[in-house]
Design a protein around this ligand. Structure first.
Ligand SMILES: Cc1cc2nc3c(=O)[nH]c(=O)nc-3n(C[C@H](O)[C@H](O)[C@H](O)COP(=O)(O)O)c2cc1C
Length: 197
């Protein structure tokens, strides 16, 4: 075991999961307590179910986290029209996959503005473009969750596709992606000159 990832953000337990990660003081207290009992690097897995990630990211950095992992699942709800009951046991619960990818990009970008420690981006990665997008937002590395359940070979495929994708988008190394986001906002006139997909 080379490092520990502390999940401060699980929305699928009755108490003591999500609550730790949505407040800077409690998030920092957990990291401080873990820091006291291990010399191994500690990564703080944070929640997107907050208004502002920056104070929480700063608090865990100050408490000694070696890095941040963003995002855990987004709290959602889904109802079964036939049975008129929630599809998830607690009614609400964590949503993963493609629907949350833009939320992950946003949170990685905002945390990147707040901290210097590495960020591992996670959320809705289905393709190599999703990987590069999270890294362009400021992630140093990525994790893949839900897509492994759809295709158990997804990790090998993404690693195989990485060199060609770097070439396609004009990056020399993976590190260049993390630091490659162009400055914005620009004027509306400049914005309109760029062809956006
Ligand atoms: C079935 C399932 C179980 C999960 N269990 C955990 C967990 O135990 N700890 C944790 O930090 N995140 C857990 N997650 C969240 C994922 O690690 C990840 O942050 C989230 O699903 C977003 O990534 P994805 O869209 O690639 O799945 C779980 C997600 C799913 C779908």
């Amino acid at each position: 075991l080379d490092a520990l990832e502390i999940n401060l953000s699980c929305p699928n337990v009755d108490q003591g999961g999500l609550e730790f990660g949505v407040d800077p003081a409690t998030a920092a207290a957990v990291i401080t307590a873990c820091r006291a009992v291990t010399d191994k690097p500690i990564y703080a897995k944070l929640s997107p179910n907050v208004t502002d990630i920056k104070p929480i990211a700063k608090a865990v950095e100050a408490a000694g986290a070696a890095g941040i992992v963003l995002i855990n699942t987004v709290v959602g709800m889904s109802l079964d029209l036939n049975t008129r009951t929630p599809k998830l046991y607690r009614g609400t619960g964590g949503i993963s996959g493609a629907a949350i990818h833009p939320i992950a990009v946003r949170f990685v970008y905002e945390a990147r503005q707040a901290v210097k420690i590495p960020i591992i981006g996670v959320g809705g990665i289905d393709s190599i473009d999703d990987v590069l997008e999270l890294m362009l937002a400021g992630a140093d590395a990525v994790q893949v969750g839900h897509a492994n359940a759809v295709d158990p070979q997804i990790m090998e495929k993404l690693i195989d596709q990485l060199p060609a994708a770097l070439d396609k988008y004009g990056f020399e190394t993976v590190r260049d992606v993390t630091h490659g986001l162009k400055k914005f906002p620009v004027s509306v006139a400049e914005w309109n000159e760029v062809q956006h997909d």
